[in-house]
Design a protein around this ligand. Structure first.
Ligand code: G3P
Length: 215
């Protein structure tokens, strides 16, 4: 499974990329807003310089003409840029147009497998179902992610599923066990994945035993 980092924080991205386990980055307007005072396009360019993989940058327009216009401008920033477009009728139309131009699109705010089917047919390179936000309203978010994955895999669409709105290490584990193409993970969740108390206890014990051999 590919691991993307779901953040626009340069420090977090540098730190995780440095470990050598990050395949890409996703941002959205809320994540950009958290990085106070940053210039959106400059941040995207900077992220592209750090990550050797796709970097999603989201359009703000809601009508297809301006989505296409913004998408083309974002795609010019760097060849790592993936244009992120919200799933709406206009969004699907803009996706078809941008995909025909050879621009990679990540269709976001997907909450049902039928939405994923339409995004795949429009030529989306990536489709992002939101697990956590479905869980928030009492649905099974990961079941929807799995259904989206099953549809694109069954018909061999040239599309990868990105499990988004990942909140816990259990979400990540379930995605990996289900064979989801990509999980985009907040930095905090990624850091939790490193931790296991038995690893810490094991290191302590190895070191104390080693010290005994040096006396
Ligand atoms: O990848 C989408 C993500 O940023 C949304 O996460 O936690 O706001 O639902 P959340």
């Amino acid at each position: 499974m590919k691991i993307f980092l779901d953040t626009a924080n340069i420090k977090e991205i540098k730190d995780a990329v440095d470990i050598g386990i990050i395949d890409g980055v996703t941002t959205n307007p809320s994540l950009i807003a958290k990085e106070q005072g940053c210039d959106f396009k400059e941040v995207i360019k900077e992220i592209c310089g750090i990550v050797n993989g796709p970097v999603s940058a989201e359009v703000i327009a809601l009508d297809w003409e301006n989505m296409v216009k913004e998408g083309r401008e974002l795609a010019k920033l760097n060849n790592h840029v993936v244009v992120k477009i919200p799933f709406t009728r206009d969004g699907v139309k803009a996706t078809s147009i941008l995909a025909a131009d050879g621009i990679n699109v990540n269709v976001t705010l997907v909450f049902s497998p039928n939405q994923a089917l339409l995004a795949a047919k429009a030529g989306a390179a990536y489709i992002s179902p939101f697990a956590g936000r479905l869980d928030d309203i009492g649905h099974d978010g990961l079941e929807v992610v799995q259904q989206c994955q099953d549809i694109v895999s069954a018909y061999d669409y040239d599309t990868e599923i990105i499990a988004a709105s990942i909140r816990t290490t259990t979400h990540v584990l379930d995605c990996a066990l289900m064979g989801i193409d990509i999980a985009t993970i907040p930095y905090g969740v990624l850091m939790q994945m490193f931790k296991h108390p038995l690893t810490d206890i094991g290191i302590e014990k190895f070191l104390s035993d080693w010290k005994k051999t040096q006396q």
